[in-house]
Ligand binder design. Sequence first.
Ligand SMILES: C[S@@+](CC[C@H](N)C(=O)[O-])C[C@H]1O[C@@H](n2cnc3c(N)ncnc32)[C@H](O)[C@@H]1O
Length: 291
Amino acid sequence: MTYRVRNLGMSAIGLGFLGLAWGKDRLHGYATPNTVARSDHEGRIAYQLDIFAALRRFLPADLDLRGRDVLELSPGSSRGNGALFLALGARSYHAIDAFDLAGREDPGFYDRLLDRFAEGAGDGIDADGARALIREPAAFGYAVDRSFDIPRLAQGRRFDLIVSCAAFEHYDSVPKAVAGLTRVARVGCETAHIIDLQTHSRWIRERDPNNIYRYPDAVYRLFRFPGQPNRQRPADYVGAFEAEGWAHVRFAPSRTIEPPLRGPSLAGLARPFSSLADMTVLDGALTGRRP
Ligand SMILES: C[S@@+](CC[C@H](N)C(=O)[O-])C[C@H]1O[C@@H](n2cnc3c(N)ncnc32)[C@H](O)[C@@H]1O
């Protein structure tokens, strides 16, 4: 009752944002995977180093990348993570996506990124080795298709490490994506996926992070567009990986809703979200290993 008026207002505003996102997609398609402008060279380097550091935090501490083949799902506008995995000794990096956002990336970006990474990370970084591999399509691949058929996009490759960042929450079918990546994972493959569970539209995300969970399915689906957040929760992701036989599957929350916003954020959610115990979790990472 306490938050009823506030949340009715948030639901009305949120519907406006759902409509805006839908309209933007109709006009421009899937075009802006992050908030950093293409012209902001420093910002792009900082963004990429930040994402890479976040991914590495969730990988096993003793993971030796030397000689390993890495797959990144949905890299967005940059294959910078690939350059950095190669600098850590990976044998190859392949990226796949449903939208061609990195196809016209300036290769000079990898040079600048590798320089900065080598400055900050010190010993054990082979920036020159990475530069050589980046020029070989077999070692630094990229494949795009709207169907996002992972085995097809992998083009016969198999992998020892499969990662993604802010991607899984956009997939049309999480079970299908997990089944696809399982088919291209070698025995012993490690996997790590950073997943953003909260509302994506900027203004409302700060004020009502659970806004997308306020609408019944039928209403939310009215504004459906490719890449609309799929409203899957940690248990759905864990279940999808376990169903495909992955071991040690875990979802580690990174951030939760700040205490002053918790009351209103947990009130007035649609079913089934209203009865879930984890609705304070904003984002986190799923990890697992293929036995
Ligand atoms: C928010 S961007 C994240 C990009 C990048 N990983 C990053 O962290 O900046 C979401 C990514 O998911 C991809 N994507 C969106 N909808 C998708 C879908 N339905 N199937 C497969 N990939 C999708 C986009 O092409 C994009 O690469």
